[in-house]
Ligand binder design. Structure first.
Ligand SMILES: CC(C)(COP(=O)(O)OP(=O)(O)OC[C@H]1O[C@@H](n2cnc3c(N)ncnc32)[C@H](O)[C@@H]1OP(=O)(O)O)[C@@H](O)C(=O)NCCC(=O)NCCS
Length: 172
């Protein structure tokens, strides 16, 4: 079992459910992060659905959203659909912290296997996923309509295979 120790990267950082009042800051991060950003209704609709399967979380620094993640959990399977850190806060461990926190949460919800798609050119994200034991299991050709780029499917087959230790959340 691989042990992953993650500490809060900043003082005053908190992870919480996304709220409607977070949407202006979240949309700014979304537009700064992706060449084909989701529109606001995609977030708003997700926030309005019942919370049984769909989860939107934000990391706030001094109350301001600096990163977010969206994932679905259906039975033992989780799909991470959106994930970004504000450019001003990258390379400081924020993404790793929010991702680790989310995996621990997914496990509490009964998730065992986790998958996501990532652009083949997105090396920073791929490195992050590999750090948690994710592996490439498929290539989706021309997955992204904006430039026809391929996607790798990254998969973690068993969340129990990683021993997550998260400060402030307690060890898993
Ligand atoms: C991918 C992303 C979420 C990483 O967030 P971050 O807060 O900058 O990442 P962290 O500082 O926590 O770094 C965690 C790990 O990611 C990898 N990583 C992060 N930035 C990297 C970079 N510029 N180059 C290579 N690897 C990088 C490293 O493995 C790093 O671990 P290490 O520092 O211990 O080596 C962020 O770059 C981002 O929002 N990108 C745009 C949106 C996006 O691509 N989302 C994912 C879509 S699938």
């Amino acid at each position: 079992m691989s042990v992953i120790q993650v500490k809060p990267p900043l003082a005053d950082i908190q992870i919480d459910d996304m709220r409607e009042s977070d949407l202006p800051a979240v949309m700014e991060i979304e537009r700064q992060s992706f060449s084909s950003p989701w529109d606001e209704s995609s977030f708003r609709d997700g926030l309005e659905q019942d919370r049984q399967h769909v989860y939107f979380l934000v990391a706030r620094h001094r109350q301001t959203p600096i990163a977010f993640i969206n994932f679905w959990v259906v039975e033992d399977e989780a799909h991470i659909a959106n994930f970004a850190v504000s450019p001003a806060y990258r390379n400081r461990g924020v993404g790793k912290y929010l991702f680790a926190w989310s995996l621990a949460y997914i496990r509490k919800l009964g998730g065992v296997q986790v998958f996501l798609e990532v652009r083949v050119s997105n090396i920073p994200a791929q490195n992050l996923y590999r750090r948690f034991g994710f592996q490439i299991v498929a290539l989706r050709k021309k997955y992204y309509p904006d430039n026809g780029e391929d996607a790798y499917v990254f998969w973690l087959s068993d969340l129990a295979a990683i021993d997550l230790h998260l400060d402030e959340m307690g060890s898993e």
